[in-house]
Design a protein around this ligand. Structure first.
Ligand SMILES: Cc1ncc(COP(=O)(O)O)c(C=O)c1O
Length: 460
């Protein structure tokens, strides 16, 4: 328990000055931070507390990641104990927690996988691209299968390759040009179907579009398709149930690997341990991060099907071993913490809880359709989007200022919500991705606060 905070305005001011004078923050404009900051000094359950004593209900689990909630001091004990035992050794050797964690992940995915450890979701996807390419070199000697097919409006990470894989123009604009190794196709974003169609009469035009891209590029140049089952960055797009199985069929038809990004979707978030398990598919590569340790320590992984692993197995003279390394991969302390984190999830049945309480929150949020600016409410488990529009018929997206005012209202009333879309990215969507331990009363508070924020917009 680490919530108690004695407000100390002078100490808080000193931290803010120290920070502004020295830290370069991600994505936020420092001028904005000069005017308003959150200085987080404590946390418990689904709540974080500012140095000034203000408590915030964290509707985003940090950055979509604190799945088991804050304040699990048990994990501090696990980390301390592991540091005493073995603080670090490179993963070219073996260590006890990483072996146990890999076995746990393999079990959760059905028992036919090996795990390559990395440090972040970006790195997990990046390693996946490289594994797909190397696999193709082994399996199709003489061919040059290197492209990844991805979807517009997806987010797969912040490194150059993962950014390129993502389909968010605004995030990419300052770093162009990119390699051209990533081919983008239409997302299954049914509320704003890129083909102007409706499910089910659309016949899954988005999958046909993907097939056209694979055929058009030439399957002999394509290594893999990457999909995030429930697209979070675009504002939580839940695809039709047949979408992922049909994408998998395409991959099998053209000899292309299926790479699933479970960085946000994974570890209970959508009501099953992994989102692809809702759809009965069997991916070749799975990127996991965030919920793997509930962000208590940085750790991530690229999990590969054994038929992919087998391609990396052979006599040393064949030079088939995985051709990449990173210093911290398989870090014993992070692995020990991740393992206990997953054990907590299992003991507390947090995936089931996400399904149950997610349905409750979704139902509450659907009640907000009474506000004319709410265009759509959708989600799976505790991954939910509330899309705001100027006009329900035209679906014109809300002005940036009005959208920001909703997020700010919630924050100013003690509830942190996320934002997706805006600008060149379709839609303006309030994202909700709270810790899986969130209570019904806390869900009610989110709905109530968002409702009041929307009322202010309705009036304007
Ligand atoms: C779907 C998805 N993939 C990958 C990433 C990249 O993860 P990280 O920020 O840990 O590099 C993110 C980050 O939010 C994500 O949402």
């Amino acid at each position: 328990m680490s919530l108690p905070n004695t407000p100390d305005p002078a100490a808080r001011d000193a931290i803010v000055r120290q920070d502004l004078g020295n830290v370069l923050h991600p994505i936020v404009q420092h001028k904005v931070l000069e005017a308003k900051q959150i200085v987080v000094t404590g946390s418990e359950g689904s709540t974080v507390v500012d140095a000034d004593g203000t408590e915030y209900l964290d509707g985003m689990a940090g950055l979509w990641c604190v799945n088991i909630g804050y304040g699990r001091t048990e994990l501090a004990e696990v980390a301390a104990e592991q540091m005493r035992q073995l603080s670090y050794f490179p993963h070219t050797a073996m260590n006890v927690p990483a072996a146990a964690l890999a076995e746990k992940i393999n079990g959760l995915m059905g028992g036919d996988y090996h795990t390559y450890f990395v440090n972040s979701g970006s790195e997990a996807n990046e390693a996946g691209f490289k594994i797909a390419r190397q696999y193709m070199k082994h399996e199709y000697p003489g061919e040059y299968r290197f492209k990844t097919v991805s979807r517009y409006f997806a987010y797969h990470g912040t490194t150059l390759a993962t950014l390129d894989a993502g389909g968010m123009g605004e995030r990419k604009a300052k770093f162009e040009p990119f390699s051209g190794d990533f081919v983008h196709v239409a997302p299954p974003y049914c509320y704003r179907c890129p083909f102007g169609l409706s499910y089910p009469s659309c016949g899954l035009a988005c999958v046909k579009n993907m097939e056209a891209a694979i055929v058009g590029e030439g399957p002999e140049t394509v290594a893999e398709v990457i999909v995030e089952p429930i697209m979070s960055g675009v504002g939580v797009a839940v695809p039709p149930d047949e979408y992922l199985p049909e994408v998998e069929s395409l991959c099998r038809k053209y000899g292309v690997l299926l790479h699933v990004d479970e960085v946000i979707n994974g570890f209970g978030r959508t009501g099953k341990m992994f989102a692809h398990q809702h759809y009965g598919v069997s991916p070749d590569i799975v990127a996991v991060a965030k919920g793997i340790s509930s962000a208590y320590l940085p750790i991530a992984a690229t999990v590969v099907k054994n038929r992919v692993f087998d391609s990396f197995y052979g006599d040393p003279t064949e030079n088939r071993q995985i051709a990449q390394v990173n210093t911290y991969g398989g870090h014993p302390v992070a692995a020990a913490v991740a393992l206990r984190n997953i054990e907590i999830m299992e003991a507390e049945r947090l995936a089931d809880r996400a399904a149950e309480i997610g349905a409750y929150l979704l139902e509450g949020l659907r009640g907000l359709m009474s506000h004319k600016v709410v265009g759509d409410v959708r989600g799976k488990g505790l991954l939910i989007g509330v899309e705001l529009v100027k006009d329900r018929i035209t679906k014109e997206q809300l002005d940036a200022a009005a959208f920001a005012s909703v997020v700010d209202y919630c924050r100013d009333h003690g509830v942190l919500v996320g934002r997706a879309g805006g600008g060149r990215h379709y839609g303006t969507t309030i994202a909700l991705c709270p810790p899986l331990v969130i209570t019904r009363a806390e869900c009610d508070r989110i709905v109530d606060t968002l409702g009041r924020a929307l009322k202010a917009i309705d009036a304007g």
